[in-house]
Design a protein around this ligand. Sequence first.
Ligand SMILES: [Zn+2]
Length: 351
Amino acid sequence: MSHDGMLQALPKVELHRHLDGSVRIQTIWDIASEAGLDVGARTLEELRRAAVIREPVHDLGQALARFETQRKVLHSFDAISRVTRENVEDAFRDGVRVLELRFAPAFIADGTALSNDQIIGGVLDGMLKGMAEFPVEVGLIGILPRGCPVPVNARALDDLLRWRKGGAPGADRICGLDLAAMEAGIDPLPFVPLVRRARDAGLGITIHSGEDTDAAHVARTLDLFKPTRIGHGIRSWGNTEVMRRLKEEDVLLEVCPTSNWLTSAVPSLAAHPLPGLYRAGVPVSINSDDPNLMGINLVNEYEVCADLYGFTEKDFAAITKAAWEHSFLHRVPGFSGRTPPWLHLQEDLSH
Ligand SMILES: [Zn+2]
């Protein structure tokens, strides 16, 4: 497909973007300079070389360590608000019209004096500023990192649910819960009651699973957490039973091709299971994960899909429709049922 500007202009639904994993490098530099924070670089160029993952790292654990620089600058209400607003702007420039941004209060708070209230308040402030400037519908997903102590995560969930019901502007856009970070070797059982509580409170559930772990982990995730979406889930590929379940149970995979390559979850972009999963009828969406950390944007991911997997405009239309249908924004009061006109255009293409 020739796609000068065309892929950028396609209206998109992005469901998997970490605001605490996608701080612009310039912003890291600005905030660190202003606040006198040590981010291990003397110049902006040095920071760019150190902070962006451009070549595959050894494994997911090594990639997660790079988040530390990003986390460090999320040190105040104002910094969190700025980064959130910029995430909305960056997504808008990728052609995103419906965006779900996720963040982990326990991760951002780690090593700082920030309260969950300051963090959640800062995210809402930045989200509202972004939405006022750019025509993007934004929903928020709270993340519980599996490596954090369960009581810390339980408190984060309490606080997210309290804000959601509290009536602050934009707080009803907290519409999802996610478990993230390393899956291998972590007992999922302590998270079962937390996820149940989130679901009972009306949040949509998505779980990072089958990113660098096998299809059995995805099956266990489906059994334990009954999510309607899975972060990555790419290791389902080749497991007929798990793929059948994803189709029958209508569980959508939030796929992030370049992220998977850079964390060495797949050997190459060309060998990514996304086209196989899609053509086998597994619901999928296309996402950027941590674009600024990985030196990409969502348009890059669409280019990968067009150039390497042969996705056409029709395929993108079908994928966008599936993402829209699986969006947690439908859980936000007053949002449900408003199908955007550009989705109708895409629906015409998908038939
Ligand atoms: Zn992720």
